[in-house]
Design a protein around this ligand. Structure first.
Ligand code: KIV
Ligand code: ZN
Length: 543
């Protein structure tokens, strides 16, 4: 059996479909590029039947990331997968989207647990087997690479599951993915389920067995690893573990467990682990889903040693308390990197070392931001540079840009914000509002200009580095009161939630940037769903 575990990333499908993780197509493309650079084997780019926007986004990823590009010599080209329920319409849509990739895959699924078959599908076992046979064969008539998932496999009756998998193999499936859809199993049970499949399903040696686990009981990574130990050679994962409900298995945890405990598993992946920290921040900034500080591998405290006894041990020998090197996951420990007197060349070199290859024009913009910050802050760290780059270049397309902000607040008088925004028509719009505090006043002034008032669901602020002069980072999540789209697992619809991120040494400015970023995403999504019927300058403005 091969010692290579394929990494199938579903951040853009199972991750993006979770509440609040909505990304625009430009952001999905950027995440797709980062996943390809990271070295994932398969990118599940979306669920094309969900909406025309989803189909279009998967198609763009298939075209632009699923094909070798001129600049990326030697970079492996990932398989691009599209999800489809076991129906001809879904499979047609998935194929329409992924067929543009060099290596396309259709991933089709139907539930095999009694509870799902009886209440959700209203089908009996025979009908489900027949559907698997027909739909896998239909998908195979279009695409060579077919993945089949028996949804809720974790709660399916094992002998029926074996039967379903055999039918899928006979009909042409090349990968069999075993989902613990509701995160119900324990590692012993899930490992046992995979062993049972390896031993009892005819033809299993000719296909790849995959694991797909959810974290409802906090066991997703343990279950995935148990499945891999039992013979699975593909793991379905997401960056930061985002996904339905409690989320999916996190890519960084599975990959670092296999790497750090190499003697236990004897397996390898194709992931460049030094990019893990960066891609985690990218996904967090785009989705507005904050990574908890104590999150394994990518949390802000994952390599921080606070207790005196730990610090003492670390100073004597770092392996006393550290099982992984921070630099192996892209956390750079050298705090002082640059200062006020550093020049363009030093900045360019440092950014290249951090993986950001900027054009001359973009480097100039980054340099100006760096100088501005260096005037206010003595020590500029990698984290500050990362924040500048993310803020300047990974921000969603500006429909409205921040041109100026002035705030009066304190214990005397009403908190008041005066804001100047550059609109899509290129004109400057100014508005002043009062609020319960400076941020409320700022957001009200923005609402008045953009002529909408999305519901603010979440607001988070944190300092990127320590010290009173640190850059402040704000993430917000807002809910569009109108937008809805179909969910992959059922016919239910979901409300669209957009995340925004902003960084500045002034936290009110960072807050304004974050809110505007979320509003810009919402507007871009509206424009995309009107399929270009509206141009940016047609957006209604007041003020
Ligand atoms: O959790 C699940 O069952 C899924 C399938 C569609 C693979 O996401
Ligand atoms: Zn799932």
């Amino acid at each position: 059996m091969s010692d290579y575990v394929k990494i199938f990333d579903t951040t853009l499908r199972d991750g993006e479909q979770s509440p609040g993780a909505t990304m625009t197509s430009a952001e999905k493309l950027e995440v797709g590029r980062a996943l390809a650079r990271l070295g994932v084997d398969v990118i599940e780019a979306g669920f094309p039947a969900a909406s025309p926007d989803d189909l279009e986004a998967v198609k763009r990823i298939a075209e632009e990331i699923g094909n070798p590009s001129v600049g990326d010599v030697g970079q492996k080209v990932p398989v691009i997968a599209g999800l489809a329920r076991a129906s001809a319409n879904d499979i047609d849509k998935a194929w329409e989207a992924v067929r543009h990739a060099k290596f396309p895959r259709i991933h089709t699924f139907i539930a095999t647990s009694e509870i799902h078959m009886k209440y959700k599908l209203k089908m009996d076992r025979e009908q489900v087997l027949e559907k698997i046979e027909k739909m896998v064969a239909y998908a195979k008539s279009k695409c060579e690479d077919i993945e089949f998932s028996p949804e809720d496999a974790g709660r399916s009756e094992p002998h029926f599951l074996y039967q379903a998998l055999e039918v899928a193999i006979k009909a042409g499936a090349t990968t069999l993915n075993i989902p613990d859809t509701v995160g119900y199993t324990t590692p012993d049970e899930f490992g046992g389920l995979i062993s049972g499949i390896m031993q009892n399903v005819k033809g299993i040696e000719n296909v790849t067995v995959s694991v797909h686990t959810h974290d409802d009981l906090g066991l997703a990574t343990a279950n995935a690893l148990a499945g891999i130990k039992a013979g699975a050679r593909q793991a379905e994962v997401t960056i930061n573990g985002i996904g339905e409900r409690a989320g999916n298995t996190s890519l960084e945890e599975v990959v670092m467990a296999l790497k750090t405990r190499q003697p236990v598993f004897g397996l390898q992946t194709g992931i460049d682990t030094t990019q893990l920290n960066r891609i985690s921040r990218l996904v967090s900034n785009y989705t507005g889903m904050v990574v908890q500080p104590n999150k394994a591998i990518v949390g802000a405290n994952a390599f921080a040693h606070e207790a005196g006894i730990h610090q003492d041990g670390m100073l004597k020998h770092n392996e006393t308390y550290e099982i992984m090197k921070p630099e192996d996951v892209g956390v750079n420990q050298s705090r002082l990197v640059m200062g006020k007197h550093s020049g363009r060349h030093a900045l360019k070199t440092r950014l290249i070392e951090m993986g950001h290859l900027l054009s001359d024009g973009d480097l100039e913009k980054a340099f100006n931001r760096f100088k501005e910050l260096a005037d206010r802050k003595k020590v500029i760290t990698d984290a500050d540079l990362e924040a500048i780059v993310v803020d300047e270049f990974y921000r969603p397309r500006d429909i409205f840009g921040l041109d100026g902000l002035q705030v009066a607040c304190g214990t005397m008088g009403l908190p008041t914000a005066t804001i100047r925004l550059r609109g899509p028509d290129g004109k400057i719009h100014t508005h002043a509002s009062v609020g319960t505090g400076p941020i409320d006043a700022t957001y009200k002034a923005i609402d008045a200009i953009v002529h909408m008032a999305p519901k603010l669901l979440e607001f988070n602020v944190h300092a990127i580095t320590e010290g009173i002069d640190a850059l402040g980072e704000v993430t917000v999540r807002v809910q569009d009161k109108g937008g809805r789209t179909i969910n992959a697992q059922s016919e239910t619809e979901r409300v669209r939630v957009y995340g925004g991120h902003g960084a500045d040494s002034d936290i009110i400015v960072a807050s304004a940037k974050a809110y505007l970023a979320a509003i810009n995403k919402l507007l871009v999504a509206k424009m995309e769903s009107q399929s270009g019927q509206n141009t940016e300058s047609e957006i209604t403005l007041v003020g």
